[in-house]
Unconditional design. Structure first.
Length: 149
């Protein structure tokens, strides 16, 4: 009698090369009553809040900046700079924060204007921006943003 060989093949759904994981690992939470928001960022990043803006910085020097915005238009280029029209999307995250995110197609710079509904009924607007080409941390910050306190 000949031996029987059994082969089990497990098929997983395809994943694009370099695709981002669904979620970043849990990290730290930045909270500020002055800024009126809370958001999550990776454990290995540092935070510097000078009152004018908040800088989230990775060990390799990548930076994401949180600041006030005087406009609802996240797509405006820096003064004196002309760029191709950015690609913009508007979405509401799980915390009921509306964000309009624009990506410059040339530099891949990202800027989001977040509209936060405060407990007293006011609306606050802040901007988050970065020039990091890998958008996972930026996207996670925007997705985790919520009104605080």
């Amino acid at each position: 009698m000949a031996p029987v060989v059994c082969v089990v093949l497990i098929l997983l759904p395809p994943r694009a090369v370099g695709a981002a994981p669904d979620l970043l690992p849990p990290g730290k939470t930045f909270t500020s009553a002055i800024w009126g928001l809370a958001l999550d960022y990776p454990d290995d990043w540092s935070v510097d809040d000078d009152g004018e803006e908040v800088r989230f910085r990775s060990a390799d020097g990548s930076t994401i900046v949180l600041g006030r915005t005087g406009t609802d238009r996240p797509s405006e280029p820096a003064p004196g700079r002309r760029t191709a029209k950015p690609q913009c999307t508007t979405a509401t995250n799980a915390h009921d924060v509306v964000s309009t995110v624009c990506v410059d197609p040339v530099s891949m710079a990202r800027r989001a204007v977040l509209a936060l509904k405060m407990r007293d009924g006011r609306q606050s607007r802040v901007a988050i921006s970065t020039r990091i080409r890998d958008s996972r941390v930026f996207d996670a910050l925007v997705a985790s943003a919520r009104a605080y306190p």
